[in-house]
Structures are given as C-alpha cells and as structure tokens.
Design a binder for this molecule. Structure first.
Ligand SMILES: O=C(O)CCC(=O)N[C@@H](CCC(=O)O)C(=O)O
Ligand SMILES: [Zn+2]
Length: 336
C-alpha cells in the first residue's frame, strides 16, 4: 500500500512522509498537507464535483471514527475504493491522539469561529490551522461541499448515533441532508438554533458547506471499538466517495427523530453543581420542575420544558463553557 495511505501511523508516530504526493494504481492523487492532513483528488475525468471533508480525532480519545477514516484511506491507497469526490482527511488533535486524551491543554472543538484568536497554546494554533486547511480545501466555486466531523461521546446514550446540525441566520436546514444521514444510520438530529464555536459550525457558517458533527457511540481506546457499529455510515461514506450513493428518499425521513436546543447549560464558576448521576445517559428525559444545576449567585437551572432531555452533561468543563445541552422534540416544518 502507498505510504500516504498510512496517515494514521504517520500521525501517531509524529512523522512527516518523505514523499508528499503519491499516485494510486488508478490515478488518484494523494497529497500530504500537514500533520494529520491529507488531500485525495480523483483523476479529472472521474471527478463528480463533490468536495468532502472527513475529520476525526478533534478529541484525541475518540478512536472509532479515527479507525473508520484510517480504513477508508487504506482502501483508497490500495485502489480498492475509487473516489470520484475530492476528499480532505483531517485528524484534528494529533498530540491528544498520541496521548489517548480528549485534549491536552484545551478542547480544540471550542476554538473555532474566532475563538482561537483569543487564546494561545498549540491547540489554539491547531484550530487556526484546521480552519486554514478547510478554507483552502473549500475554495473552489460551483462544487458541492460536505463536511462530517466524526466523534464518539463520553457517556452511553439512549440514542446511540446522532448528528448535530449547525445554524446560520437565514439558512435553512436541508431535508435532503437529513435523509442522507438517516440512510447512514443516524437515529436523531439536533437542529441547532444559534451560532457555535465547534468545527462543523465553522465550515457551515464560514465556508458554506453542509456540515455535521456525528456522534457514533461511546469513546473507547484504539482497538476496543467492537461495540461501536459504524457499518451503515461506512457503507454510505464509500458510496458518497465513489459517487454511487442511492438517491436518498426525499419525502420521508424514515423515523429520524428531530430535536432542537431549548437551552445550553453554561458553567459560570467553580461553584457549578450538576444534579445528575455521573453515569446518566445522553437523551435522558428530565421532568418539568427538576432542579438540574446550580451555580454562583443563586443561579438555578430548573426544567420548564415539556419533553426535555439532556445531552453532553459535563460539570468538569472550564468555566464559561457548555456543561450540557437541554433539548426538546422538534418538527420537520422548517426544513428546506
Ligand atoms: O460526550 C460528550 O460530552 C461530548 C462528545 C463530543 O465531543 N461532542 C462534540 C459535539 C460538537 C457539537 O456541538 O457539534 C463536542 O462536545 O465537541
Ligand atoms: Zn468529541
């Protein structure tokens, strides 16, 4: 197999490849751009006009999606997968991947859309570099732009696989993209309703891509992801890459559950206290009247919303960051 197909090995070893560009047996050009960053370009005659950004390892301990991208790259490098799309593969936080940790100094996925400029350290520099790599990848006019940022969650979940769909003023969420996600095995989508500082929000807001954070199961170390079933997503990604995707069913979302954000729980101080068991699952329902959290200056988070559920509860985040999202069921009425 071509050396550049081993991007994961190179990244984990902190090595730069001797040859930066290689051609596969069927004329696909692979180009190493920077640590954990590789562009794949099909021969011009086969290019179908899709630019696909696949990122993983934004959180270094979320290994199932990293292994999934590694398999796709191996298949391309061996000539077993024949891309018709241009693809940018990104491993987000190589140093955290080497350490098997979510992050080292700070969470890269809180440093986009201008936040890295207010910060310092290598993770701020990496967020800046990821923005630059994504922006130069998505700079060709007239092409379809799609970004999947792949993650696994800290905790178990009542709904195992789900997506978060960023928001931008004046832009509608796409029914076609939701149907595509359903076909890829996603059971639910959270429709965001305000700007955000995560990677998918940057590519959606600034670069005009259809962008999603995908949550695929629970985070486990490398080699221990038998419990994370990414088969449907992997099959769909191969179809998207090869341009053989069956047309998504437009009319029905086939049972896909939609949610919207009711409130983000922001931790303001070290006095923040979250009244949930440590092993609470994502999508756990919370009853009206339940005291969810307390913080400095008698701040109290009491559930007011019917059908409220919690995702990503995490009282350990730094002050000023999101310590959970309260979500409620949403309808498909506002979709484009
Ligand atoms: O399990 C958790 O608490 C976090 C899992 C994770 O990393 N989720 C992403 C979601 C990004 C988004 O809001 O689109 C994150 O928190 O960065
Ligand atoms: Zn993550």
């Amino acid at each position: 197999m071509l050396a550049l197909g081993k991007l994961l090995e190179l990244t984990l070893a902190g090595r730069e490849p001797a040859e930066k560009t290689q051609l596969t047996v069927d004329g696909v050009r692979m180009r190493w751009l920077s640590e954990g960053a590789l562009e794949v370009r099909p021969p011009e005659a086969r290019d179908n006009g899709l630019d696909l950004l696949l990122s993983a390892g934004i959180h270094g301990n979320e290994t199932a999606p990293i292994e999934l991208l590694d398999r796709l790259l191996h298949d391309i490098a061996r000539g077993d997968l024949k891309p018709r799309a241009r693809i940018l593969f990104l491993f987000g936080n190589p140093e955290a991947m080497r350490r098997g940790e979510r992050f080292v100094e700070q969470d890269v996925n809180r440093l986009f859309n201008g936040r890295h400029e207010l910060s310092s350290g290598f993770e701020a520099l990496r967020a800046c570099e990821l923005e630059r790599l994504a922006a130069s990848f998505f700079n060709l006019p007239g092409r379809e732009r799609l970004h999947y940022d792949l993650h696994t969650a800290i905790r178990g979940s009542k709904i195992e696989q789900f997506a978060l769909y960023p928001w931008k003023d004046g832009r509608q969420h796409s029914r076609r993209e939701l149907a595509r996600l359903r076909a890829a095995g996603m059971e639910a989508v959270l429709l965001q309703n305000k700007p955000s500082i995560v990677f998918s929000a940057y590519t959606y807001d600034q670069l005009g891509a259809e962008s999603f954070t995908l949550e695929l199961g629970k985070a486990r170390p490398f080699g221990q992801n038998q419990g994370v079933n990414v088969e449907r997503l992997e099959t769909r990604l191969k179809h998207i890459i090869e341009g053989t995707e069956p047309a998504p069913e437009q009319d029905t979302l086939d049972g896909l559950k939609l949610f919207s954000v009711a409130r983000e729980i922001i931790k303001h101080s070290d006095s923040f206290h979250l009244h949930l068991p440590a092993d609470v699952e994502n999508f756990s329902e919370l009853e009206v009247g339940y005291l969810l959290a307390e913080d400095i200056a008698q701040t109290r988070w009491v559930i007011e919303e019917e059908g409220a559920r919690i995702i990503f509860p995490n009282p350990k985040v730094k002050n000023g960051l999101r310590a959970g999202i309260l979500i409620v069921p949403a309808s498909a009425d506002g979709l484009a």
